[in-house]
Write a protein that binds this ligand. Structure first.
Ligand SMILES: Nc1ncnc2c1ncn2[C@@H]1O[C@H](COP(=O)(O)OP(=O)(O)OP(=O)(O)O)[C@@H](O)[C@H]1O
Ligand SMILES: [Mg+2]
Length: 228
């Protein structure tokens, strides 16, 4: 089976000259469809940077990225946005919902971009709102939500178009354990159902048992716990 997501010798440097910071120093890793993976590491170790590169949101300084069998060329913007729209679901560390749209509208926009409309759009959006426990706040604007509700709306948005690659940056950071666990279960369940790759960044070691692969990043280098 070909990996659904693969990177080779990814390097990333922020800044120039004296201020240059080598955040990723040659990261190579491959993920198969249906895998559940956790990425951990100290604050500032490059987790968000790596996830952003894997999600085609940030162009690395060097290295090669293959998404769904396609070598990513940072220069072809149209292909990049198509890959992001059709293949990748991304939960941002700080939710990043559109502030001028309600929760419901935030989801509708993404669902429409994914080709849903009418009754199938309503069913999909309402189903996810219910499952994530935020149906009651669907008409609110993001700044009227609690941090946890915002985060759950961001998870719903990432799941909408049934991506084959699901990347989540600390999706449970602003949730209590109960909601955090429910969210992780939903992500894992959804990934299994769709045969999608799930890669989650977290600091919460209680999440470990839900994931098959455990990756760590330290000083820009990726390590993997090989558990049988
Ligand atoms: N846009 C940027 N410009 C310059 N430096 C950046 C930028 N984004 C991140 N960095 C730096 O790169 C390093 C890695 O940042 P990154 O956000 O990837 O860390 P992280 O592992 O996700 O941390 P956290 O657990 O706190 O979210 C940090 O030292 C950060 O200051
Ligand atoms: Mg981060």
């Amino acid at each position: 089976m070909n990996p659904v997501l693969e990177c080779t010798q990814i390097r990333h440097t922020f800044g120039r000259g004296e201020l240059a910071e080598d955040v990723l120093r040659g990261v190579s890793v491959a993920f198969d469809a249906g895998e559940t993976c956790l990425l951990m590491g100290p604050s500032g170790s490059g987790k968000t940077t790596l996830l952003s590169i894997l999600g085609c949101l940030l162009t690395p300084t060097g290295g090669r990225l293959v998404v769904n069998g396609e070598v990513v060329d940072p220069k072809s913007k149209n292909r990049l946005s198509r890959l992001r729209r059709e293949k990748i679901g991304f939960v941002f560390q700080h939710a990043q919902l559109l502030p001028v749209l309600t929760v419901r509208e935030n989801l509708d926009v993404v669902a429409r971009n994914g080709g849903l409309s009418g009754r199938s759009l309503r069913l999909r959006v309402d189903g996810l709102l219910e499952r994530l426990g935020i149906a009651a706040v669907r008409a609110k604007w993001p700044d009227q939500l609690s941090g946890g509700q915002r985060q759950r709306a961001a998870v719903a948005r990432a799941l909408l178009n049934r991506p084959t690659i699901l990347l989540a940056d600390e999706p449970t950071a602003s949730l209590d354990w109960e909601h955090g666990e429910a969210t992780v279960r939903l992500l894992v369940e959804q990934a299994k159902q769709e045969g999608a790759l799930l890669l989650v960044v977290t600091h919460d070691t209680r999440m470990l048992p839900y994931f098959r692969r455990h990756l760590h990043i330290r000083r820009g280098v990726l390590h993997e716990d090989r558990t049988p």
